[in-house]
Design a protein around this ligand. Sequence first.
Ligand SMILES: *[C@@H]1O[C@H](CO)[C@@H](O)[C@H](O)[C@H]1NC(C)=O
Ligand SMILES: *[C@@H]1O[C@H](CO)[C@@H](O)[C@H](O)[C@H]1NC(C)=O
Length: 281
Amino acid sequence: MRLASVGIKLAMALAVLAAGRLGEASSLEARDDDTKYFFEAGDGDILNHYDRRFFKNQLSYDERADTLLHMVRAYLITFRKMGIETWIAHGTLLGWWWNGQMLPWDWDLDTQVSGATLDYLGDNLNYTTHNYVSEDKKVQRQYFLDVNPWAIERTRGDGNNVIDARWIDVRNGLYIDITGLSETHPDIAPGIWSCKNYHRYKTTDLYPMRESIFEGVPALIPYNYDKILVEEYQHKAMSLTHYEGHTWNATLKHWAKDPEEEKKENNKRNRLGRRQAMPDF
Ligand SMILES: *[C@@H]1O[C@H](CO)[C@@H](O)[C@H](O)[C@H]1NC(C)=O
Ligand SMILES: *[C@@H]1O[C@H](CO)[C@@H](O)[C@H](O)[C@H]1NC(C)=O
């Protein structure tokens, strides 16, 4: 009797161990499943940039760049056409600061809207698809706008739903993260706008928005972009000219990919490819 129960306990312990070894992913997801709305293709650095529903396979550097370029153009053009205010944020804003383009090593794009706009999106545009044709008519794409039902809750909560909405390329699952800013404590902190991930902004740092161009299309930029960027990334993000395997070319105003990086990426892709094919227990 005693021995049997020890045996069962041992078996259970081994099962738990095995589950742990098979991937932290499964245990994490089991916990997240309760409340999390958006699901990515995986937890890793690469797979977590794809929406699970639309993910097919990992994209190359060039496919990713092409996807993100048209995705952000489509987003900015579509929102402007609909008269919906949105602006670029985080790494996307940093890219704009350098040369009005995406940072080529970035996997995601970030935009923000006001909490009121977020409500509007949820009520009127949730689960809608938007067609896009590039200016030269050569590229046709479709994007899916999905609004998190937890968007109405404007505080962080359990942290599973800090992204309020996504604009997703239906061909491959890459997306723009859209987050809302709300005045969460108008009584004790009036004029302070916050997202669910604790980024805070003063009304006067956001407004009046500046009209600019991002990736060749009209875009809104928060008024005090310098201050916002320094607070988030420190001065070095605006002075370092070697970063993530890219070098800033001041003549071309362009981040050029280092030749060694190209090699490294190819190796990484091969390694990842092997690991996926043959899980490492
Ligand atoms: C958007 O639509 C999906 C699918 O119907 C639903 O699960 C989700 O709760 C909706 N979001 C909002 C903000 O209503
Ligand atoms: C910038 O690019 C141009 C054209 O490819 C090249 O001639 C120049 O050497 C580059 N400058 C730097 C600092 O890499």
